[in-house]
Design a protein around this ligand. Sequence first.
Ligand code: NOJ
Ligand code: CA
Length: 568
Amino acid sequence: MSFTAPLTTPGLALDPHWHRRAVFYEVMVRSFMDSNGDGIGDLAGLISKLDYLQWLGVDALWLPPFFESPLRDGGYDVADYTAVLPEFGTIEQFRELVTKAHERNMRIVIDLVINHTSDQHPWFQASREDPQGPYGDYYVWSDTDEKYQDVRIIFVDTEESNWAFDPVRRQFYWHRFFSHQPDLNFENPKVHDEIFDVVRFWADLGVDGFRLDAIPYLYESDGGTGESEPPTHAFIAKLRAMIDEEYPGRILIAEANQWPHEVVEFFGTDEQPECHMAFDFPVMPRIFYALRSQQATELERQLSEEVHAPEGSAWGVFLRNHDELTLEMVSEEYRQAMYGWYAYDPRMRANVGIRRRLAPLLDNARSELELAHALLFSLPGSPFLYYGDEIGMGDNIWLPDRDSSRTPMQWTPDRNAGFSTADPGKLYLPVVQSLVYHYNQINVESQLAQSRSLLHWVRNVIHVRKAHPTFGLGTMRVLRTDNESVLAFVREYAGTGTHLGDSAERILCVFSFAHNPVSVTITAEGLEGAGLHDLFGGAPFPPVGDDGRLTLTLGSQSFFWLGADAAR
Ligand code: NOJ
Ligand code: CA
């Protein structure tokens, strides 16, 4: 490791653990703010909204692909890894975004989509036209479509096979996603070199991290499942070694929609570290299940499952993102129940999931929105917000595929919700104008003007979280309760005492999923006799009994975050 390179990019405080304390915000460039009136969001528009994001308390932005692309998969079909799609702006503007974000102590994480490219990528064009040429082996070609039959199909709504026939080369090519997204051939060392150059290109521009899209699928083998095969892990470890050597402090985030014991492998080992973070896929649908079933049991079971995330690494927790709410990590029985509650119109479904936004999923119920956010901000790991969910934006299920929840950000009640001055017909997608979520009512400006709005509530909860490093750095222990609707856990942090606020702390978190008020007795082991106070208003609560028992009453769908003092 070089000691001359800075631990982080210029303009930012040195903190090798920043990702463990950060609040992340996913923002699609196309959807956030249009600066030049062409109907498409762009980098200059995003730059103009950095003050808003800073006010909200965001520490890091995750930008899905904004590269040259035919946009047949929201940009996850990359045609040039080092060029900005012209309608989004220029490399210079990207550089400016990084600088302006860093000035606000905000980091920039971008997507690295390396499992596949667009079929428009010059590598694929060369590969299909000249099998013997320099790009002939950049993709996974075969004379038959019979290989790798044990590999599942991911986009079940649109694809029948992971192979597609190319009439130019007269061979089949492998694709895990849409057939216009051929998979790169990681058996070819030249592909590794190309990807490393791409990483260096963006790291040199100052990005603070990369979300590794579709990362389990890099390699496939005869008889294998094509997921997390050993050479895939070896490649990630090699990438991590390069990052540690050349760009220490920058992070890798794994997108692996798998069970925790599988995902945890993407953190690697002490000897061969891989990613700094990995999204926690299984916990997310269980939050939604608990909200409707009024049962905490399944969520509790998931959280109790012992999963070792190595020192220094972190889970990424989320409620929604730019994809469908995936139900791949729940049993068939639970999946059907969730379709019944949340996707009663077949139009709301996509692949194995639900293509709706957070507020409509929760029927715009304020208590549920608060409860869901309280979980998001107190579960182990770093929270990822999806743009617009902080104001409870709606969706548009009449739009195809996942565009339903990628509509323009709603800033004001003015034309195009203040997103763009373009002719409304010219927008990349129409703004939401449904009965409940019309931009006349749901927009940043009006919520800023109401002190009790969801936006102000979310901002406040973010700031309370950030005042307590325990939420990012502490451990979690699930506690026993006598009420199946109630989840209780304690977050504990030993503290370093090195700077203000970084001291030992214990926080008792209690959530009731019941649709009516309840009383609960919690066995708060380790907190015997501790005094309690509410983290929001500071009000004292009755102390935990000397036997470790604590009885609380909770209103319908409500929660407490209680700081525990030292035992009396
Ligand atoms: C995962 C991305 O989140 C999704 O939007 C995309 O369609 C697939 N990867 C394929 O790149
Ligand atoms: Ca524009």
